[in-house]
Ligand binder design. Structure first.
Ligand SMILES: Cc1ncc(COP(=O)(O)O)c(C=O)c1O
Length: 404
């Protein structure tokens, strides 16, 4: 086992021998955005200098504009709580719901503001009218926040939960669509999938899958925790019946913010209690809301809109492709993410075959490099957001190589 001191010495020796320079020099500078953009975005965050934050997939760091909006809203609210909450600030909260709807190409009536993805998915599961023996299909690579509602349906309705294994890593859209399609049976009522997979970063071919689900009248429930702010989301094009996400990951919004899209028509059947009196931010069924964080979510959407989600997603994919290419060459690294850029987003993950991932995580953390441990696969996940620079990836790969 390499001690911390030995690791630092090893990294130093590599640098001295010019090896680090060689590794660092392998990043192409042909970024698809203005090269100064990631640095400029980085300066808008409150992350201390020198912190190499590669875990937006767990929780994103909010830009100053978002933090300031939250603080300002609190000051305004606390000076005159009732008048503001149901007056001027209340109206601005309602405008945030419209911003979210526009951001995902939905009608505001289809969007509810929630606290997080887990809440949104669970609200939907609680009202799905399943009978004993009805099948729910999902994959073995889902997050617990998506699975909990499905487990509830098993316990309360006698539904049968089947988890299909996706290829790891997957190679083509056709391969994935075929695995999902083959898993469906005449008893399948619900298909729950992630838009962007939490473990591999796989961008699920949802348009193709939703066409198959629709033809069989299968309810398509999408866990969108990892998508908005990373990749464009078009709720209608995706074809989901329900889509839940969080504001505190790639959107870089305040913590405990989220939204739930319920395709028009769904609320007319049996809406969750939360939506009984409509989708307005404040209704009798929602109860009192946190105005400050909801306002901050609006600021986060404005922030992303002004940068352009196409720009962000293009850069994140480019950086992840660079990271992928170089990680592949690191000894003891087995890729979990797809190589095919058409199946990818700004997430790249890998398994460690010669080290314990928790040990690698701890060593990186000592150097202020923050990654996510994937316990199921002795793996590590890297989130490449717009504020992550090629130099950040150089630093991470250099340290990882020294640890291998
Ligand atoms: C795919 C996926 N679903 C759900 C969640 C849970 O998100 P939240 O804690 O915001 O509900 C996560 C969190 O990482 C996730 O990656």
């Amino acid at each position: 086992m390499t001690s911390r001191r030995a690791f630092i010495q090893q990294a130093g020796a590599l640098a001295g021998a010019g090896v680090l320079q060689g590794i660092a020099g392998t990043t192409s500078l042909a970024a698809p955005v203005d090269e100064s953009l990631p640095e400029r975005v980085r300066r808008e965050l409150l992350l201390p200098r020198g912190k190499n934050y590669l875990n937006t997939g767990s929780l994103g760091p909010s830009p100053r504009a978002v933090v300031d909006t939250v603080v300002d809203a609190m000051w305004t609210l606390e000076r005159d709580p009732v008048s503001e909450n149901w007056g001027r600030l209340g109206q601005q909260m309602e405008a945030v719901r419209k911003k979210v709807a526009d951001f995902i190409h939905a009608d505001p009536k289809e969007v509810l503001l929630t606290r997080n993805t887990t809440e949104g998915l669970s609200l939907v599961c609680q009202v799905l009218p399943l009978a004993p023996g009805d099948e729910i299909i999902t994959t073995t690579l889902e997050h617990g926040g998506g699975e909990v509602g499905l487990e509830y349906l098993v316990k309360t309705r006698g539904a049968v939960l089947k988890k299909v294994e996706l290829p790891l890593p997957p190679e083509s859209k056709e391969e994935i669509v075929s695995v999902i399609e083959k898993s469906l049976t005449p008893s399948t009522r619900v298909l729950m999938l992630s838009h962007v997979n939490t473990i591999t970063g796989l961008l699920m071919p949802l348009a193709e899958i939703s066409a198959i689900a629709k033809a069989r009248s299968i309810f398509l429930l999408i866990d969108g925790a990892q998508a908005p702010g990373l990749t464009p989301v078009d709720a209608r094009a995706i074809g989901a019946d329900a889509y839940a996400s969080s504001g505190h990951k790639w959107l870089l919004g305040p913590k405990e913010t989220g939204f739930l899209y319920l395709r028009s028509g769904f609320p007319g059947k049996v809406p969750p209690v939360f939506a009984l009196y409509g989708s307005d931010v404040y209704t009798q069924s929602s109860g009192t809301r946190n105005v400050a964080t909801i306002m901050g979510l609006g600021a986060a959407i404005d922030w992303h809109t002004s940068l352009g989600i196409e720009t962000t997603s293009k850069y994140c994919l480019w950086l992840r492709n660079e990271c992928y290419r170089r990680l592949k060459a690191v000894p003891g690294v087995k890729m979990l993410s797809p190589e095919n850029p058409a199946l990818s987003t700004g997430i790249v993950s890998f398994e460690m075959t010669n080290r314990k991932n928790t040990e690698v995580y701890a060593r990186l953390k000592e150097q202020n490099v923050i990654v996510k441990v994937l316990p199921q696969h002795n793996g590590i996940r890297i989130s490449c957001h717009l504020f992550v620079t090629p130099a950040d990836i150089d630093q991470f790969i250099t340290l990882l190589t020294a640890l291998s």
